[in-house]
Design a protein around this ligand. Sequence first.
Ligand SMILES: [Mg+2]
Length: 323
Amino acid sequence: MPLAEFDLIARYFSDCGHPRGDVALGIGDDCALLRVPGGKQLVVGVDTLVEAIHFPPDTAPGDLGYKSLAVNLSDLAAMGAQPAWATLALTLPAVDPDWVRGFAGGFCELAAASGVRLVGGDTTRGPRAVSVQVLGLVDPGGGLRRSGAAPGDRIYVTGTLGDAGLALKALHESRWSHHLGPELRRRLDRPTPRVAEGIALGRLASAAIDISDGLAADLGHLLSASGVGAVIDLERVPLGPQMRRYLAETGDYALPLTAGDDYELCFSVPSPRVPQVEVLGTQFSCGFTLIGEAEALPGLRLRRHDGSLLILDRAGYQHFVDS
Ligand SMILES: [Mg+2]
């Protein structure tokens, strides 16, 4: 007997994520009731993934469940927020209990690992799409924004860049398929949101953003919001082993700089706080890498060690010019 759509959330998501004492009323009523701790600010974000636009139709449901929460947690991480609750809206072409069970497995695994409780959900019939809302907490005046960078601040990133982009390229273009191992594939399918890193940086970084659309674009957003520019040293951009091999074969710097889906953090640090941030970076397995410096001159300049600048156009074409 087919499962009624309205049963799906109750059946597969009623006990999803980390049990939290601050959920006065969770899944099952018209809305959830949440106890927001006194003296905290609520941080709220939402993100939608649409099939064939944000994920291929053959994406494993468990990976999609994991990633749909991960990309939202990454936004909370970029705000330095502690994740607390989530709501989920699933649009599905048909009632498919196996698919929903798989999706719930990935989603709830990450929720539990992140201290997040799923407190509400909705299902609708239509082309497959996933909307996740996350709610987190910061101290008033705490938290990170895109707009705080000043000239002289150092620019850092977490982890390595371009891995998800290289995985996607290797999936779609057979001549690069030799780069695709399980580790690289995981970077695309199950990205790790840098939640603990973002919280720890809350009082040290002057600005932050998560890298969902590529370093060049997202750092560009941070710089515009802050009213500054920056110079980035290309050789400092942290790359994983596969990306280094790919770069050695191709010289294609555009990929690690413009490929999306990394979900690393990019943040700026006032120079007096650099020593603290350097020590902090050693406490996280992803590490923090200094890649450049904010400047008063607007725009993003990508510099090689010989002083030449990498120019990227919208099509990803790259060339070097003397600065
Ligand atoms: Mg973001």
